[in-house]
Design a protein around this ligand. Structure first.
Ligand code: NDP
Length: 327
């Protein structure tokens, strides 16, 4: 495993990490969740990603119970939570980025995890109804109270991230160190273009999500619709519509041939492609089965096989290189 600083912070994060969206507390049993965390930890993964909204808080409970059972030294792993969507409550005070919800969401996450602090606390989306000043102050105060160590954002625009930074700087508060954007071979603009300046200026780190576009980039949807997969789950039609398009499948088939030509599986090639981007601090893996995680871990070594020539061939197949305004 390789480790890198998360943005400009001193936090050393593993370049592969493990997430729990749709799996922990929902699609998979707690025994499978435990095996996944075991495999991850034994292979040097030190970051486990979570959020208040995942399985309405159950994902944090499951992960917390496993951490407690394992009794891994608290200084050997990083755990995150995210605030914005709430943990199921529908009242106006139970969501968003107000000081009230941020404080309560943090307290509740700590209880569910059975932890004294979380390492990373992310604003899961921007909140247009709360002044950014209130959110920055609330995060700073949580750090001062020792309940969180670092904070960041998810799916914020470069402008929103910069506003938070500038307010923090002017007021000697601690600003965000990380953004969690979607990034995979089909979704590239934010990571490759929009944030390109702020990697350099404020030193933004990224923990990227859905590196396999919810499994499409594993190639398993190429021929027929398999059973027992995420995109067949009840209530996820929107995710299926977003990811499973004929256009994408035709691209995935070509990528599959390229992967085979260099003796890699398609998921490994797709993940290694994300790792090749130096602005990606960590690729958050999702897995519903042990064999998937074991396979996906091979991407760390496989990135050496992605030569300039192979990267160019991938680019040609994808045909979606985002245009940088400066070019
Ligand atoms: P992926 O796009 O990698 O999708 C993971 C899913 O793909 C698995 O659960 C599995 O689903 C399938 N899969 C994975 N590996 C393989 C394989 N080798 N062969 C076949 N199928 C495979 O990542 P996620 O969408 O899960 O995102 C990763 C993490 O990012 C999340 O767990 C969460 O922590 C975070 N996230 C954050 C978001 C945010 O807004 N900040 C939004 C979404 C995710 P199955 O077996 O069911 O088909």
């Amino acid at each position: 495993m390789e480790y890198t600083n998360l943005g400009k912070s001193g936090l050393q994060i593993s370049r592969l990490s493990l997430g729990s969206w749709l799996t922990f507390g929902k699609q998979i049993g707690d025994d499978v969740a435990e095996r996944l965390m075991d495999i991850a930890y034994d292979n040097g993964i030190n970051f486990f990603d979570n959020a208040e909204v995942y399985a309405h808080g159950k994902s944090e409970e499951v992960m917390g119970a496993i951490l407690k059972k394992k009794n891994w030294s608290r200084d050997s792993y990083i755990v995150s939570s995210k605030v914005f969507f709430g943990a199921g409550g529908q009242l106006p005070t139970q969501k968003g980025l107000s000081r009230k919800h941020i404080f309560e969401a943090c307290e509740q996450a700590l209880k569910r995890f059975q932890l004294d602090y979380v390492d990373l606390f992310l604003c899961h989306r921007p909140d247009k109804q709360t002044p950014i000043e209130e959110t920055v102050w609330s995060m700073h105060q949580l750090i001062m109270q020792g309940k969180i160590l670092y904070w960041g954002t998810s799916e914020w625009s470069a402008q929103e991230i910069m506003e938070a930074h500038m307010f923090a700087k002017q007021n000697h508060l601690i600003g965000p160190i990380v953004e969690q954007p979607e990034y995979n071979m089909f979704t590239r603009h934010k990571v490759e273009v929009e944030f390109s300046q702020i990697y350099k200026t404020v030193g933004l780190g990224t923990t990227i999500w859905s590196p396999l576009a919810s499994g499409i980039l594993s190639g398993k949807y190429n021929d027929a619709f398999p059973t027992d997969t995420r995109l067949g789950m009840d209530g996820l039609d929107w995710l299926k519509e977003k990811n499973l398009t004929a256009e994408r499948i035709s691209v995935v088939k070509k990528l599959n041939d390229l992967a085979a030509s260099i003796d890699l599986s398609l998921p490994v090639l797709s993940l290694a492609w994300c790792l090749k981007n130096p602005n990606v601090s960590t690729v958050i893996l999702g897995a519903s089965k042990e064999y998937q995680l074991t396979e996906n871990l091979k991407s760390m070594e496989a990135k050496e096989k992605l030569s300039t020539e192979i990267m160019e061939q991938i680019e040609e197949i994808l045909g979606n290189k985002p245009i940088h305004p400066a070019h």
